[in-house]
Design a protein around this ligand. Sequence first.
Ligand SMILES: Nc1ncnc2c1ncn2[C@@H]1O[C@H](COP(=O)(O)OP(=O)(O)OP(=O)(O)O)[C@@H](O)[C@H]1O
Ligand SMILES: [Mg+2]
Length: 288
Amino acid sequence: MSKVISIINLKGGVGKTTITVGLAEFLVVEKRAKVLVIDLDPQTNSTVSLIGEDEWATRNRNDQTLYQLFKDQIDDTSKFILEDSVVTHCSNLYGGLENLHLLPSSLDFVQIQDRLVNIAHTALIHPVDVLKRSVAHYISNYDYVLIDCPPNLGIVTQNGLNISDFYLIPTIPDHLSTYGIPQIITSVNSFNRKTSSHVQALGIIASMYRSNVTRHQTTIKKLQSKADAEELPRLFETKIPLASKAADATLYEAEGINTLKQKYGSAGSSLYDAFLQLTEEFIYYVGL
Ligand SMILES: Nc1ncnc2c1ncn2[C@@H]1O[C@H](COP(=O)(O)OP(=O)(O)OP(=O)(O)O)[C@@H](O)[C@H]1O
Ligand SMILES: [Mg+2]
């Protein structure tokens, strides 16, 4: 059965996209899974990481992005066609991964974000149901659907939650980055109540972790003790280390990248091992 996971945080720059893309690539390559990434973020970071800027520009011109899906609701048009918009053979690994697919986002999304709340007045659909109505039937084609969300819990993110079984919270393990986590949980609980959904917290994952930074170690301990006391969701045992290869991994046009090991470092390197451990831990909690 397919599992749908939203990767969310109120805070920007905490590793949501890097984790979404890395996890997707490891699930496909190492676990032979079939994965769909849905990029709901107007910043289009996972889109350009997985298909590059040129392919994105072509698809954007042809109305084949999620921006068009939402714009259709505002304008009462139907230009977006799901089957034409899903990109197959994504990633720069192995010349494109047959089983890694993407529903791309668009920078143009920014222009309509504020108008999305008005959808209810212009169409016979609730603003949080737009994505669900379009893709719900299609999700069963995949083992996993990973949704890269913008750094807020607005209407667009709620569209992602509305088709999700779980949500995963990446965070840098420091005070300011973890400060808003209880608010995320309260907001998702309230979303669940309002929409009669059952999106469950999959856990919190530390990213850009530095083992030699006391602040990071202290925060990890705090998160762990709150998880033990069930005040917060589980803390993943895996920590994604701060590593320049992680930042390079989002560059689709990178020279000399073909294998997972070239992209994330050889087996035994901390980044490669962390992503492999994350993939295994993720499957263990979510189910295969
Ligand atoms: N483990 C890591 N090591 C080093 N750099 C990283 C790591 N993870 C992410 N980065 C870098 O940190 C920045 C933020 O990461 P990323 O884009 O994944 O965060 P995000 O939460 O998706 O941000 P946004 O909220 O803007 O969408 C990027 O420049 C990325 O390349
Ligand atoms: Mg992002």
